[in-house]
Write a protein that binds this ligand. Structure first.
Ligand code: GSH
Length: 197
């Protein structure tokens, strides 16, 4: 597998996921801050939008952090990072697996740009609504499915890590305690170390 990656980006999600799985992969640095680097034809074949992360696995190409984490969890079932199809936790898992990219991220963009939107017309509701639901989901912990850590935590954990790192949230006991638990995982530490973080 080949992971197209750039430090300090959403690519940390795919990197953390691969570190959790402890499978071999090649890390290819694409400096997204340099427009010329994004023209690399091999990279563009893996990532039509020119964004990181992107994953190449044989003939398979994925260019979204959520899709990459979902794919890897299913490809390596022995790691136990996705409840099996048909198991009672599968629905809850899918719900939280998609929440970061479909709700948290747009809500963060709304907050960043300070452009409140119509909570009923926009799929993510509002930043405040997103937070209420996130906190309720994390309240029972330690992980979003309870005792078992999953790929949903890789996505949610990094989204919460960004909420704290970019100071979008200040002093949020539930979310910050969850980020601390994520930071304690050796795989996340290895991924952050590769970024020099
Ligand atoms: N939905 C994508 C978003 C990826 C994304 O926007 N990546 C940014 C870095 S955080 C990027 O590569 N930006 C470069 C560009 O758009 O030119 C994902 O979650 O993987």
């Amino acid at each position: 597998m080949k992971l197209y990656w750039c430090p300090k980006t959403r690519a940390i999600r795919a990197l953390w996921m691969l570190e959790e799985l402890e499978v071999p992969f090649e890390l290819v640095l694409i400096d997204i801050r340099n427009p010329a680097a994004k023209d690399d034809p091999q990279f563009r074949a893996a990532s039509p939008m020119g964004k990181v992360p992107a994953l190449e696995d044989g003939a398979t190409r994925l260019w979204d952090s959520g899709a990459i984490c979902a794919y890897l969890a299913d490809q390596y079932p022995a790691a136990g990072l996705a409840p099996a199809i048909g198991s009672p936790d599968r629905g809850k898992y899918l719900q939280w697996l998609l929440y970061p990219n479909s709700v948290i991220e747009p809500a963060m963009a709304e907050k960043f740009s300070n452009t409140p939107v119509s909570a009923s017309a926009h799929g993510w509701g509002s930043f405040e609504q997103m937070l209420v639901v996130l906190r309720a989901g994390l309240a029972s912990g330690p992980w979003i499915l309870g005792e078992s850590f999953s790929a949903a935590d890789v996505l949610l954990g990094t989204a919460c890590h960004f909420l704290r790192k970019f100071k979008i949230l200040e002093n949020d006991p539930v979310v910050f305690a969850y980020v601390d638990r994520c930071h304690e995982r050796p795989a996340f530490q290895r991924a952050l170390a590769r970024e020099g973080d």
